[in-house]
Design a protein around this ligand. Structure first.
Ligand code: IFG
Length: 523
């Protein structure tokens, strides 16, 4: 064999090796039931084949509704950076050619409800069918998780973009699937809130409750009471820089959330947790003396002056201005830990506040303590610590948001070594965060009493967005599954394998997650 012949044989062997390595790495997925989807869909039927997006793939939308078309544009925005493909979005009344994506809004799909969808992938076309645009949006989130994780990168990747074929029919268990972020103890700016919204939307969560006021900071501009932010918003826990949202910035957050089918629920915590307001205006205090700004972490020491008419002029202005910039149906008025308010004064106050919220066309939400008042305006009660209050709420015909601190308070440490968080309600590792069901948690409370679930993240110990991500991940995806998936389909042993595969998504999104040793994280 001449040297030349040996070289050409080596070249052929090398090429075959290269192609086989690449092809096995790029083996297109063909078993849809093996996809690591979170939240777990209602039903998955594998088709056994695979479909590939390619540079000519277009997104067709069959509906006059701009909202449906906007979901097409949102999908294109998700897919373009990593693929480098054009993904033209086009209206259509006909079935598109092969190789395309087809979004169909259909008034006949009522069985899918307001947020359900049917995702059908054949080796010719991807179709997402829904009754309402939100369903199209959630079908897109599922499609996103079926693609290679590299789809989340912002730079073009030279890989093939296959998804397995099959049919997914899906819809949520609860209508209210939320998270709360406390922006009062420590303030987080608009860009942080937008990232929080993106992370929630990817797991089909549909509510962000912003805890906008507390003892340490007032975080939303109220034009008729400017000192609430110029004074009350000027600091934070630990005495650091405070901050607040102008009404324009709040509107920017609301609009960003709306495009991702997330409702903003603003909370103004009353009559307790009000030191920031009491430090801004002397007239809100019964002794007419302004309080000092507070930068500690105690709770229960503050109260508005509940028998003073000026207090109700204040509440009226705040609720009026907030309702005017809040398109969602709810205003949360807090009501928690009124340890410095006499019980009859608290009841009197809550009764008057709920009339004000109704006056401005919103439905009131309050922490569980509000059940002591007359719930005549059909408020929603958020259960967090005392099941007696939760049972009283359903006795009074109110719906519950389930936020039992022992299971779902995201500011609880994972374990005694966690560098962030508190542990007054115990430690919450990723397994115990998943191993419970809202309809089984309190005797006497079943799904008919429950509007949904919400994972609150209090920020006494959180300084930056990395800290938020550390507490959110990996527990929040599990809460999203509790809020969305059928209870009877949930199983920790099966879920933890799916969750382990999401570390690739966390990594590519550069999420600062806690690598719990309860999970076998995929490399
Ligand atoms: N309870 C207080 C919060 C916060 C929390 C921290 C509620 C409803 C303890 N109220 O939870 O302000 O301090 O875990």
């Amino acid at each position: 064999m001449t040297k030349k012949m040996i070289n050409s044989v080596l070249l052929v062997i090398g090429t075959i090796a290269f192609l086989s390595i690449n092809s096995c790495k790029q083996q297109p997925p063909t078993d849809l039931s093996k996809a690591a989807l979170i939240p777990l869909p209602v039903s998955i039927e594998a088709g056994g084949g695979s479909f590939a997006l390619y540079d000519q793939t277009k997104i067709y939308v069959s509906s006059e509704s701009n909202e449906a078309f906007d979901v097409g544009i949102y999908l294109a925005g998700l897919l373009k950076p990593a693929t480098g493909f054009g993904f033209k979005v086009l209206p259509t009344n006909a079935i598109p050619d092969n190789g395309n994506i087809f979004l169909i809004l259909s008034g006949s799909q009522t069985q899918l409800g307001d947020e359900g969808y049917e995702l059908v992938i054949t080796d010719e076309i991807i179709t997402i069918k829904a009754f309402k645009p939100a369903g199209l949006f959630y079908g897109v989130q599922t499609l996103r998780q079926l693609l290679p994780m590299e789809i989340e990168t912002k730079s073009q990747q030279q890989i093939s973009w296959h998804v397995a074929t099959g049919t997914i029919t899906d819809y949520p268990r609860y209508a209210y699937r939320g998270s709360m972020l406390d922006v009062s103890r420590h303030f987080f700016g608009v860009d942080d809130i937008k990232r929080y919204i993106d992370l929630l939307a990817a797991y089909k969560m549909n509510v962000l409750h912003l805890h906008l006021s507390d003892d340490q900071g007032w975080r939303i501009e109220i034009k008729s009471w400017p000192k609430l932010t110029t004074v009350g918003g000027s600091t934070a826990v630990g005495g650091g820089k405070g901050g607040f949202y102008t009404q324009e910035q709040y509107t920017e957050i609301v609009n960003y959330a709306k495009e991702r089918y997330i409702t903003i629920v603003p909370e103004i915590d009353l009559p307790g947790h009000t030191n920031a307001a009491l430090a801004s205006y002397a007239g809100l205090n019964c002794d007419n003396k302004k309080r000092e700004l507070y930068t500690g972490t105690k709770v229960g020491f503050s109260t508005l002056c509940t028998r003073n008419e000026n207090t109700y002029a204040f509440v009226d202005s705040v609720i009026r201005e907030l309702a005017a910039i809040t398109p969602g149906p709810f205003i949360h008025i807090g009501g928690d830990e009124p340890h410095s308010t006499e019980k009859e004064d608290y009841i009197y106050f809550i009764n008057r506040v709920q009339d004000i919220v109704q006056l401005y066309g919103k439905q009131m939400i309050g922490w569980e303590e509000i059940v002591q008042a007359d719930l005549k305006t059909n408020p929603v009660v958020q259960y967090w610590a005392n099941e007696k209050y939760a049972l009283k709420a359903i006795e009074k015909g109110a719906k519950l948001i389930m936020s039992p601190a022992w299971k779902i308070y995201l500011d609880m440490q994972y374990d005694s070594t966690s560098p962030l968080g508190l542990h007054w309600a115990g430690y919450i590792e990723v397994d115990s965060a998943y191993l419970w069901d809202p309809a089984q948690y309190v005797d006497g409370i079943s799904d008919e009493n429950i509007l949904g679930v919400e994972c609150p993240l209090w920020s006494e110990t959180l300084l930056q967005f990395d800290d938020i991500e550390y507490m959110l991940f990996p527990r929040m995806p599990g809460y999203a599954e509790i809020g969305w998936s059928p209870a009877e389909k949930r199983n920790w042993e099966e879920y933890k394998v799916r969750l382990g595969k999401h570390s690739a998504w966390f990594e590519v999104k550069k999420i600062n997650y806690y690598p719990s040793d309860k999970i076998n994280w995929q490399e």
